[in-house]
Design a protein around this ligand. Structure first.
Ligand SMILES: [Zn+2]
Ligand SMILES: [Zn+2]
Length: 440
């Protein structure tokens, strides 16, 4: 119902703006974004109220596929389980831009008290839990649905092709399942046609309507670390009759801390955290084995390899000193998210025009991760943060992503729509603001 008036509005705006100056496509996009804002917020609330865990985004991906199809966009479904890839061919030949939104929610019980708060539950790793869009992926989906509608409305004027990638399981697939960006790449999400660039964003409690970016690394690598310490079970009253894996595990936890402080260049940010310590069934029995599970973050692939090597050595040698063994495995690998410096430089003027120059700020690399990195390893990528903290909310009081209290100010979402739509059109036209200025 929105398509016909939108197209008409675009033509009108484009025609009037073309007479006034040469900024026609930008004002048409911004006008269309303003027109679709309420719809984007409505989609977001709908998705927020019906969150789905990784690889289970059936309702969300169905909604996305229906929407893209209604816009006349070619749709491929079930990519990496529940992923959707849409291809919009413009009226003119040109390059290919991919835009990515992640669709999955988290095993978090929502406490925001919002009228559209989630009441969904699911079984996650064998435990009943609430399900919540605590990372804001609901907004990413709604924003990209809005961008698809705007770009489909101007397809005749598009010089190239736009690929819409709606990705499952960004937060990681359930145990014993594959999924996420890596699997989408493996299943051809970036093939036929292959994008020349990919853009994506992430909401969070940055200052309202600001954009944070980095040229180079923006987000960290992540690996799940498992250390299985095997000793020899014995009575708690006579430890010398066995090998105590609890004490060895404790030594390993402390030993891992010396990797950061003593072994790796301290100017290279990295974190090793043990989040789970599991072992034993009774107070007076020294168990056979203990399992340590944690996460490793780095901001550089060479450092990542070095940290892994030292974790293995530290764990094995400490275990050996006690006559125990330690087996170290890394899984759920996520590379560092690196923004292509050339693409970042080229597109920065677009972000500055859309958000206002003072609202676009370089950001220090964060220790969080996003598996957007798998796409950005294949084609030049630009990923950025969108500030969705309400203007009257002090930064110190804002709940971070993954909190049961995480909220976004929905009036900031339209900036995300404008940013992605303008990046796409500018890239396809090959006319970043700098080039336009240089040409004048
Ligand atoms: Zn997250
Ligand atoms: Zn996220």
């Amino acid at each position: 119902m929105f398509r016909i008036p939108l197209t008409a509005a675009l033509l009108l705006v484009a025609a009037s703006a073309a007479r006034a100056d040469d900024a026609a496509p930008y004002s048409a996009i911004d006008q269309a974004a303003a027109g679709i804002e309420d719809q984007v917020i409505a989609w977001r609330r709908d998705i927020h109220q019906h969150p789905e865990l990784g690889n289970r985004e059936f309702r969300t991906s169905g909604m996305v596929a229906d929407h893209l199809r209604a816009l006349g966009i070619e749709v491929r479904e079930k990519v990496a389980h529940t992923g959707v890839v849409g291809v919009l061919k413009g009226g003119k030949p040109g390059k290919v831009v991919a835009l990515r939104a992640d669709m999955d929610a988290l095993p978090v019980t929502e406490q925001t008290g919002l009228p559209f708060a989630s009441k969904e539950t699911a079984v996650y790793n064998g435990k009943e839990t609430g399900v919540m869009h605590a990372c804001g992926h609901d907004t990413h989906v709604a924003i990209l649905m809005g961008v698809a509608e705007i770009l489909a409305g101007m397809r005749d004027d598009l010089a190239g092709t736009v690929k819409f990638i709606f990705q499952p399981a960004e937060e990681g697939p359930p145990e014993d399942e594959d999924g996420g960006a890596r699997m989408m790449v493996a299943e051809g999400a970036l093939a036929d046609p292959r994008p020349d660039a990919i853009f994506g964003l992430h909401v969070g409690p940055r200052d309202y309507k600001t954009i944070g970016y980095a040229s180079g690394p923006l987000l960290s690598s992540s690996d799940r670390m498992r250390i299985h310490v095997v000793g020899k079970q014995t009575h708690g009253a006579s430890p010398w009759r066995g090998i105590d894996p609890v004490v060895v595990a404790a030594q390993i936890i402390m030993g891992l801390q010396t990797i950061h402080s003593r072994q790796i260049d301290v100017r290279e940010p990295h974190v090793i955290s043990v989040g789970m310590v599991q072992g034993g069934v009774r107070f007076n029995i020294i168990p056979d084995d203990v399992e340590l599970i944690g996460t490793v973050r780095t901001q550089n692939e060479a450092v990542r390899a070095e940290v892994h090597e030292r974790i293995v050595r530290t764990a094995q040698k400490i275990a050996e000193s006690a006559g125990a063994t330690a087996e170290v495995t890394f899984s759920q690998p996520i590379p560092v998210t690196v923004n292509d410096p050339g693409l970042t430089e080229k597109m920065l003027p677009t972000l500055q025009r859309v958000a206002g120059k003072e609202n676009v700020q370089p950001t220090a690399t964060v220790m969080g991760y996003d598996d957007f990195s798998y796409f950005a390893q294949e084609v030049p990528g630009l990923f950025f943060f969108l500030g969705t903290r309400a203007p009257d909310m002090p930064a110190s009081e804002a709940a971070p992503n993954h909190s049961p209290l995480f909220v976004v100010d929905e009036s900031a979402l339209v900036l995300g729509v404008r940013a992605l739509a303008n990046l796409t059109v500018d890239f396809l036209n090959g006319t970043s603001e700098t080039e336009r200025a240089a040409a004048n």
